[in-house]
Design a protein around this ligand. Structure first.
Ligand SMILES: *[C@@H]1O[C@H](CO)[C@@H](O)[C@H](O)[C@H]1NC(C)=O
Ligand SMILES: *[C@@H]1O[C@H](CO)[C@@H](O)[C@H](O)[C@H]1NC(C)=O
Ligand SMILES: *[C@@H]1O[C@H](CO)[C@@H](O)[C@H](O)[C@H]1NC(C)=O
Ligand SMILES: *[C@@H]1O[C@H](CO)[C@@H](O)[C@H](O)[C@H]1NC(C)=O
Ligand SMILES: *[C@@H]1O[C@H](CO)[C@@H](O)[C@H](O)[C@H]1NC(C)=O
Ligand SMILES: *[C@@H]1O[C@H](CO)[C@@H](O)[C@H](O)[C@H]1NC(C)=O
Length: 412
């Protein structure tokens, strides 16, 4: 109990900055779009394939019997990264760590190796064929925005310029691929239900979130026509042990986060059951994206760093359950509620443990905000300024998308 309070306190400070990254990011993207107009190099020529990798390729991944979320990280600079940072025009400076001065690049070169089967090499063309005429929406917080950017970068290289556009509305970022008639969009709803964090100018995390636990249909209007919906919600729940709620015609009240989280997920699951045709739309829920804010969690001589010194994943003894501060009770609630829908199956994408090993993957000092890099003074204060929530791209979210792609391609 004492420990979880410590985490709450440790989490709170950086969270003040969390929303601001995203908000500034959205404005900055627009500038970025205007500035970066030079012609793209197309890079269709596939990288050389090692024999070992080729042999491992199998036509059908037995997703029904293979738990693809249990496994280990393998250094593989032949197949990874899946794209180059400076070849994705849609990748924003926010998470372009190399461009922002990150000196090491090993974090881009890890491949996820499931214990009981092997993943086929990511194939953007195969994925886009499945998404032809379809709409995929990532719904959630800035971590999902991070993952959406990764997905855009993973597929965009095979699309000629002029065939792809990126547009932003108040709530959405929309990537369109003309010749495939495919939409890959992000919808901002960090707590899934309506909250005071929804408006673009209220995403800075400066005010405590206030949720309306029963209210989701306004958001839901934008989700109804999707063919694939991928949801997440976690980080905004970890600020404190309570969350404010707005009940009908009453002043705001506070409830425990576990009660609130379950209420919200039940509202969401009911909405899915009432509004989604499971014959058309597949639903996914991404499990918690972990943070790495206390080096003593993984290093016996760990001192008091956050993630800013990390250049390698946690590799030793992967059977040991790591403890990096992930709120496993929220995790369990999500596992439980995603099993509750009557009509619409929800696929739980269990990326938490695999990501807990990736202390090396965060943007740390190398995320930019509004085009600004951290000053040397800020770098001397990692406790306040190192971002150990979001992830560099290329990087870990690419693997999440490789796994998501499997479920889309093989319809499991
Ligand atoms: C991949 O790693 C190997 C061994 O570390 C190294 O010899 C090789 O140059 C690397 N290849 C690339 C493309 O980085
Ligand atoms: C494009 O896809 C949408 C569904 O996402 C569909 O309604 C529309 O008819 C398609 N347009 C063309 C030209 O195929
Ligand atoms: C989307 O953005 C592109 C430029 O990337 C622009 O040409 C197009 O008109 C925009 N579409 C909408 C619907 O705003
Ligand atoms: C889905 O399709 C099956 C077979 O075509 C049909 O029996 C079922 O009623 C459909 N379900 C819904 C919710 O429309
Ligand atoms: C992994 O951890 C377990 C339990 O802590 C221990 O028994 C085992 O020897 C360790 N294995 C390795 C390879 O370090
Ligand atoms: C999840 O469900 C299991 C089995 O019904 C139950 O034992 C457990 O307490 C639930 N966990 C939470 C956090 O609600």
């Amino acid at each position: 109990m004492k420990q979880s309070w410590l985490y709450c306190i440790l989490l709170f400070l950086p969270l003040l900055l969390l929303g601001r990254y995203l908000y500034n990011e959205n404005q900055r993207i627009r500038q970025f779009q205007e500035i970066k107009t030079h012609t793209l190099q197309e890079h269709n020529n596939p990288p050389q394939e090692s024999k070992e990798v080729k042999d491992k390729e199998i036509d059908h991944v037995p997703l029904e019997v293979c738990d693809v979320f249990t496994g280990k990280w393998v250094l593989d600079n032949v197949t990874h990264p899946l794209y180059k940072e400076d070849e994705c025009e849609f990748l924003s400076e926010w998470v372009s760590c190399t461009g922002n001065g990150r000196p090491d690049s090993k974090y881009q070169k890890w491949r996820w190796q499931p214990r009981d089967c092997s993943l086929p090499r990511f194939d953007a063309k195969l994925l886009l064929e499945k998404l032809r005429g379809k709409k995929l929406i990532f719904v959630g917080d800035s971590i999902h925005y991070n993952q959406w950017q990764s997905m855009v970068c993973m597929v965009q290289s095979i699309i000629p310029s002029g065939q792809k556009t990126l547009n932003h509305t108040a709530q959405m970022s929309i990537f369109n691929i003309k010749d495939y008639n495919t939409t890959i969009a992000f919808y901002w709803a960090p707590l899934l239900v309506e909250s005071n964090a929804d408006p673009p100018d209220k995403r800075d995390g400066k005010t405590d979130p206030i949720i309306i636990p029963q209210s989701i249909s306004k958001h839901g209007e934008s989700w109804k026509d999707a063919d694939y919906l991928l949801f997440n919600t976690y980080i905004w729940w970890t600020r404190s042990s309570k969350i404010k709620v707005l009940q009908e015609s009453k002043d705001s009240d506070e409830i425990g986060i576990y009660i609130g989280y379950e209420q919200v997920l039940r509202t969401w699951a009911n909405w899915l059951d009432q509004n989604i045709d499971p014959n058309r739309t597949s639903i996914f829920f991404s499990s918690m994206s972990p943070t790495h804010i206390r080096s003593s969690d993984w290093d016996v001589n760990g001192g008091s760093s956050k993630c800013e010194k990390e250049t390698e994943p946690i590799l030793e003894n992967t059977s040991r359950r790591l403890e990096v501060g992930t709120n496993r009770r929220l995790y369990e609630i999500a596992v439980n509620v995603t099993k509750l829908t009557m009509k619409v199956p929800i696929r739980f994408l269990d990326v938490t443990t695999m990501s807990e090993y990736r202390k090396d993957g965060h943007t740390s000092f190398y995320g930019s905000r509004s085009g600004k890099l951290l000053t040397p003074e800020q770098r001397s204060d990692p406790r306040t300024f190192a971002d150990c929530y979001h992830w560099c791209l290329p990087g870990l979210p690419d693997t999440w998308n490789e796994l998501l792609s499997l479920y889309i391609i093989y319809r499991a």
